[in-house]
Design a protein around this ligand. Structure first.
Ligand code: NDP
Length: 236
C-alpha cells in the first residue's frame, strides 16, 4: 500500500486502463482520465479501489484547466492518451493528419504536464511517465528495426520522436524540483489503436507493468530515459 496520488490520461480503455488498474492495485489513489464522462465513470468503477473518474480531454484547454483545479497534489502523472490517425508514409500523408496526431500525442502531453506542474511540485516524490513508442526511436527507424503496423505512420512515429525529445527537456527542466520524467515504449499490443497487432504480441497488462515500474521509481532511479516495457533502455 502507498499514499500516492496518480493521474492516467486516456485511461478508459487499452493500456491506460491497465496502468490505472495496476496503480490502484498498488494502493494509489488514481484519477482515471477520460474525455467521455460516462466511459470514465464505468472504467473507474470496474477498476475499483481508490480509482475515481476525471473528465479530461488532452486537446481541450478548458477541460485540462478544469481537471487540474480538482487535483491539489499529484505524485504520478502518466501521459498515456494517444491516437493513430492513419498509417501513411510522409509521401502520402497530408499535413492535417500530422497536425491532428501532434495535437493529442505531443501538444496534449505538454499542455497536461504544464497544467499539473503545481500539483506535481506539491508532491514529495513526483514522477512523470510519457507513453511513447518504439516506432519513435530514430535509431531503430534508421536501422529499419521498428516492428508493427504503426511503424509505417510518419505522423504517429514523428509525434513520438518529438515526445521523446520533450521528455528529455522536461527531465532537465524539472530536475531541481525532483520530478523524474521518463518515456516508455510499451511494445506492440492488441488495442483499439493497434487492432492489427496479434493477441500473441503481448498483453496490455505487461506493457502497463513497465509504466508502473517507472511511476514508482525510487529516488535513485533514472530520469530523462527511454525504456522498453521490460525495463531495458531503448536507443533514441
Ligand atoms: P487505445 O486506443 O486503446 O487507447 C487510447 C486512449 O487514449 C483512449 O482512452 C482514448 O480515449 C484516449 N484518448 C485519445 N485522444 C484523447 C484525448 N484527446 N483526450 C483524452 N484521451 C484521449 O490505445 P492504446 O491503449 O494502444 O494506446 C495507449 C498509448 O500507448 C498511446 O499513447 C499509444 O500511442 C501508445 N502505444 C500503443 C502501442 C500498441 O501497440 N497498442 C504501441 C506503442 C505505443 P477514447 O476512448 O475516448 O478514444
Amino acid at each position: 500500500m502507498n499514499d500516492f496520488i496518480a493521474l492516467v490520461t486516456g485511461a478508459n480503455k487499452g493500456i491506460g486502463k491497465e496502468i490505472a488498474r495496476q496503480l490502484a492495485d498498488a494502493g494509489c489513489t488514481v484519477h482515471v482520465g477520460s474525455r467521455d464522462p460516462e466511459r470514465g465513470r464505468r472504467a473507474a468503477a470496474e477498476i475499483g479501489g481508490r480509482a475515481r473518474p476525471l473528465v479530461l480531454d488532452v486537446t481541450d484547454p478548458a477541460s485540462i484547466a478544469a481537471a487540474a483545479q480538482q487535483v491539489e497534489r499529484l505524485d504520478i502523472l502518466v501521459n498515456n492518451a494517444g491516437i493513430l490517425v492513419d498509417d501513411r508514409p510522409p509521401t502520402e500523408a497530408d499535413v492535417d493528419s500530422f497536425r491532428r496526431t501532434y495535437e493529442t500525442n505531443l501538444f496534449g502531453v505538454i499542455a497536461v504536464t504544464n497544467a499539473f506542474l503545481p500539483a506535481l511540485r506539491a508532491s514529495r516524490r513526483p514522477r512523470v511517465v510519457n507513453i511513447s513508442s518504439g516506432t519513435g526511436s530514430l535509431a531503430w527507424s534508421t536501422r529499419g528495426e521498428h516492428r508493427g503496423f504503426t511503424g509505417t505512420s510518419a505522423a504517429y512515429r514523428s509525434s513520438k520522436t518529438a515526445l521523446n525529445a520533450v521528455s528529455v527537456y522536461y527531465a532537465q527542466a524539472l530536475a531541481e524540483d525532483g520530478v523524474k520524467v521518463n518515456a516508455l515504449a510499451p511494445g506492440l499490443r492488441h488495442t483499439d489503436l493497434n487492432p492489427r497487432a496479434a493477441a500473441s504480441d503481448g498483453d496490455p497488462a505487461e506493457a502497463a507493468a513497465g509504466a508502473v515500474r517507472l511511476a514508482l521509481l525510487p529516488d535513485d532511479g533514472p530520469t530523462g530515459g527511454f525504456f522498453s516495457w521490460d525495463g531495458t533502455e531503448v536507443p533514441w
